[in-house]
Write a protein that binds this ligand. Structure first.
Ligand SMILES: [Cu+2]
Length: 114
């Protein structure tokens, strides 16, 4: 019985934490969802060149990305959550953070630069 109870509480904990990490409402583009410190990456600057919502990809002309050891260039990123792209369009100036996830360069957080 003890085993069953702890298994349930573990799954509740996992459920709660995965909601916290992955819930990224569409409205969160200019107000990023809370991201745990482990995931937090330095912000880079960029300009949106193309948004492909259907495939969840975004082309960004970006400045240096320190955590990826990447010089300025224009390239395609996957969006961690396609909803992040809802309020973005070509020409938008942004600040964003990115990481390599499962071999794909992935945008973790995007905010419109003021
Ligand atoms: Cu790049």
């Amino acid at each position: 019985m003890k085993t069953i109870i702890s298994a349930i509480s573990v799954s509740l904990l996992l459920g709660a934490s995965s909601n916290a990490v992955f819930a990224t409402p569409a409205a969160a583009v200019d107000k990023p969802a809370a991201i745990s410190n482990a995931e937090k990456k330095p912000m880079a600057s960029g300009e949106i060149k193309k948004v492909d919502k259907e495939s969840g990809k975004v082309t960004i002309k970006h400045g240096e990305i320190k955590n990826l050891d990447m010089p300025p260039m224009t390239m395609v990123f996957r969006a961690k959550d396609a909803a992040m792209l809802d309020n973005l369009k070509a020409g938008d100036k942004i600040n964003f953070s990115a990481d390599k996830i499962n071999g794909n360069f992935t945008v973790i957080e995007i905010e419109i630069a003021k």
